[in-house]
Ligand binder design. Sequence first.
Ligand code: FES
Length: 144
Amino acid sequence: MENNKIDRREFLSKSFKGVVIGSLALSAFDIVKLVARDKHADSEAPAKTIKISDYPELASVGGYAFISKNVIVIRVSSSKFIALNNTCTHKKCDVDFDGSSFECPCHGSTYTKYGKVTNGPATKNLKSYKTTYNSDDNTLTINM
Ligand code: FES
């Protein structure tokens, strides 16, 4: 009968372990929720809308302009635009655009104006963003 009794010290020790394990389980659950939320955020890219009139280079077909540090917009027709990230997919140098194609100054990778890799060492295309042109108010929305 004496063996079934739990003394005060043992009771407190077991209670403390229970609280610690419960807290760790809750923390792990919060981390899983946080990661899931971040993945969800990536799939819903924020959109940026620009006025074409703010970028005179985009007024005519063939024109291009950087709308942020690494996002270039190229007008390919009267109503169609391409938006690309000019970060090389090889080792992240900024690629240069000459009006018809991109070339990386670091190791020579080249890409078409649509971002398709044409010469390595890069093997992946430039990151592109969906664009939506609104001719009514002459604006372009880029999902970045
Ligand atoms: S970083 Fe562009 S080719 Fe290496």
